[in-house]
Write a protein that binds this ligand. Structure first.
Ligand SMILES: NC(=O)c1ccc[n+]([C@@H]2O[C@H](COP(=O)([O-])OP(=O)(O)OC[C@H]3O[C@@H](n4cnc5c(N)ncnc54)[C@H](OP(=O)(O)O)[C@@H]3O)[C@@H](O)[C@H]2O)c1
Length: 327
């Protein structure tokens, strides 16, 4: 048996006929100035570069910039109709009110913003604690029968929440946070997905840029920077995370891979993982990320990364998600 992991197969989510590379293009476009559209040309170039590299899974959500991300991707696809045919398009919705009518309206609004009749994968973006979530699933199944969506996803759900909505429909994918620095869903959620043939789609694969190696030991965010709400940057957690990143960096230097490539590739080989999303704010980042599908990484290197990750996870509290968001 080879000790190198090089070949990555195309993946399929739900019954969609569209097979795609296991790396996807994130659409949250953090940092983009929505009002002034500064950076928009760079994002459009990133999307074009990703597609050129056969990265055809595009992920967005109603909530990203209050519809802005969907509209931008809609414009990107409308500029060249062959793009829509190739793209495996995913979007999401959730709100404080759980109703079938609200979900159906949201799907129609997403289709309008994305300028498409059919969305390949539509997720419930966040569950609502303690609520009956089945009306959302009933609406998603109706939309599937009507051909408005092809596959159904959930995101940030517990096992109990997945079991509840599975009473009235079929979950095809679960989108969850996962990285060398955040592995809590390995305990029960990923095993449940494997057992129930649910594709796992990963977000925050680079842990908010930490696994791109862009932060110093001393964090210098301004006091109202949103990143302070992320658990990994907390005073009592960050020194441990920083030490782990230094250890990951030395593996990267020795093996002549970038840290981001190691982090993405490690995820692409984890049990149950179907697809890994990563954001890119410009063409350069999109091209760098796409290269991860081409490199060879020895099993032993992946094991070394796991060993460092095993150490640091003892210092990271499990609070359900890294955002401290529990709607
Ligand atoms: N379902 C959910 O609740 C949920 C939550 C979060 C995200 N998501 C989805 O997952 C996607 C990805 O997640 P994410 O944006 O949170 O996190 P991420 O992919 O872990 O981090 C992305 C950040 O890493 C940096 N980066 C990316 N490629 C790079 C490269 N080649 N070199 C250096 N830096 C690089 C960029 O930072 P800079 O901008 O600073 O350069 C980018 O903003 C989102 O766009 C969204 O579609 C879903």
């Amino acid at each position: 048996m080879s000790s190198e992991r090089s070949v990555l197969s195309l993946v399929q989510i739900g019954r969609s006929a569209k097979k795609h590379a296991p790396l996807g293009m994130g659409g949250s476009f953090y940092g983009l100035d929505h009002k002034n559209r500064e950076g928009e040309a760079d994002i459009l170039a990133a999307m074009a570069a990703a597609l050129e590299q056969d990265i055809t899974h595009f992920d967005t959500a109603t909530g990203y910039g209050n519809g802005y991300s969907e509209r931008l991707i809609g414009r990107f696809m409308a500029a060249d109709p062959s793009r829509r045919e190739r793209i495996f398009l995913a979007s999401k919705f959730s709100s404080d009110e759980v109703s079938a009518q609200g979900m159906m309206q949201a799907i129609d609004a997403s289709r309008a913003r994305l300028q498409t009749d059919m969305i390949d994968l539509y997720y419930i973006h966040w569950p609502r604690t303690g609520k009956d979530l089945r009306p959302w699933m009933e609406a998603l199944e109706t939309a599937r029968q009507q051909g408005k969506i092809a596959a159904i996803g959930v995101s940030n759900f517990s096992v109990a929440q997945m079991e509840q909505i599975s009473q009235v429909g079929r979950i095809d994918a679960h989108q969850l946070g996962y990285s060398l620095l955040w592995r809590f869903d390995e305990q029960d959620i990923i095993p449940y997905c494997i057992d129930h043939d649910i594709s796992v789609v990963v977000y925050s694969a680079l842990a908010h840029g930490i696994l791109a190696g862009k932060y110093d030991r001393q964090l210098d965010f301004v006091s109202d920077d949103q990143r302070w709400s992320i658990l990994l940057f907390r005073d009592e957690v960050w020194p441990h995370v920083y030490e782990a990143v230094e250890a990951f960096k030395s593996v990267a230097a020795r093996t002549q891979h970038s840290l981001a490539h190691l982090a993405l590739r490690w995820l692409l080989h984890r049990p149950g993982v179907t697809s890994v999303l990563v954001s890119a704010k410009n063409e350069k980042q999109a091209l760098a990320n796409a290269q991860v599908l081409q490199i060879d990484i020895a099993d032993q290197v992946l094991d070394e990364l796991t060993a460092v990750s095993d150490q640091v996870r003892q210092h990271i509290p499990d609070e359900g998600n890294p955002f401290g968001y529990h709607p």
